[in-house]
Ligand binder design. Structure first.
Ligand SMILES: [Mn+2]
Length: 356
């Protein structure tokens, strides 16, 4: 092979621009310039001006907000490893290297919705019961302000008070990815505050419709205690079934079961195999792959998603922070479909502004 010809080199030189954002897509280019002026740092290095989830502006006021990303550092309801209280901080840190443009759909959430990092739920007590009350109060405030939420735990106990606030006027359908169905009774000597009975409680409160619920990735020794799921008409898909059928077929079934109504997504990190997600409170082998989970979430695109969460990220047991990084990547997938669903629901697009 000889040298690259002068003709080709001049062609390449003409194509190369001095422009810092050498991007031909007009929408992407305009976002990159606008956000850079407002302090968003695409390189995500140094001391970031905006340290919220995905560099979203941090705000507590809820007027003019479409989506709040909220950390829930709840830790007391997980029976095995502790440490999920550190989940929101780890996911927030790793979120800075994800987004702002979806690589397949070109979705830019910040061009569709006014998104904020609301910070973490502020607890008023050390007691699990009181903390669950604090979560409920926070999400009631968000619901009253008509703000959709993307939440990061914290262990799965948090999803019950979130759903109680969110589903109070209209029950939601549920897409639940988890190793465990979390529809158990009340274990641990009658202690009612645990991550094992979250969705039984949500059904009994009338805020989740079990006939519009699909639980995906279920496996392990606890599988014998999920009668409530089957009895109430939830669709339970084991991890083995996902491996046999593939993500696409599972998504088709989920879309059929949930139909047109409001949808909530709840992802427990232990849905994933510990090989992909070591930083989880109760690792179960033979789980889903990162691509299966990503493809299932991508497949929810276009449904009326009104909220989503990821629970049980446990940084003290994370290896090389791969779990926090994966959680952040999956959160961005969720943020994209949540922003699109919000825009479809309200019929309005709003830009996120870092500076008023
Ligand atoms: Mn769970």
């Amino acid at each position: 092979m000889g040298k690259i010809s002068q003709k080709k080199l001049s062609k390449y030189q003409k194509l190369s621009s001095e422009d810092i954002f050498d991007v031909s897509d007009k929408a992407v280019r305009s976002f990159l310039y606008r956000s850079a002026e407002e302090g968003y740092n695409i390189v995500a290095e140094g001391f970031l001006k905006h340290q919220g989830f995905f560099q979203a502006p941090h705000k507590k006021e809820l007027d003019d907000v479409d989506i709040a990303i909220v950390g829930v550092p709840m830790d007391q309801g997980a029976p095995h490893w502790s440490g999920t209280r550190h989940g929101p901080a780890a996911a927030r840190k790793w979120s800075h290297i994800h987004g702002p443009v979806h690589q397949m759909t070109n979705c830019i959430p910040y061009e569709l919705c006014r998104i904020i990092d609301y910070g973490d739920v502020e607890f008023t007590s050390y007691s699990a019961k009181e903390r669950i009350g604090d979560i409920y109060e926070t999400y009631t405030k968000l619901k009253n302000a008509d703000v959709a939420t993307l939440s990061v735990g914290g262990e799965h106990t948090m999803s019950h008070p979130i759903l109680k606030a969110l589903g109070r006027d209209e029950p939601v359908g549920l897409i639940h990815l988890d190793a465990h169905a979390d529809t158990g009774g009340t274990p641990h000597g009658g202690d009612d505050h645990n991550d094992n009975s979250v969705f039984r409680k949500a059904v009994l409160d009338g805020v989740v419709d079990p006939e519009r619920t699909i639980q995906i990735g279920i496996r392990g020794r606890a599988s014998i205690i999920w009668d409530f799921s089957y009895d109430t008409g939830m669709k339970v898909i084991t991890a083995d079934e996902v491996h046999e059928r593939g993500a696409k077929s599972i998504v088709e079934e989920a879309r059929k079961i949930l139909g047109k109504g409001p949808v909530y997504i709840s992802l427990d990190t232990d849905a994933l195999d510990p090989a992909y997600m070591p930083g989880t409170t109760l690792p179960e082998p033979f789980g889903l792959t990162s691509l299966q989970v990503r493809d299932i979430i991508r497949g929810i695109r276009g449904m009326d998603v009104v909220g989503a969460d990821i629970a049980e990220l446990c940084p003290p047991h994370d290896s090389n922070e791969i779990s926090a990084n994966l959680v952040a990547g999956l959160l961005f997938e969720m943020l994209c479909i949540l922003s699109e669903a919000r825009t479809a629901r309200t019929g309005k697009k709003h830009k996120t502004h870092w500076i008023k």
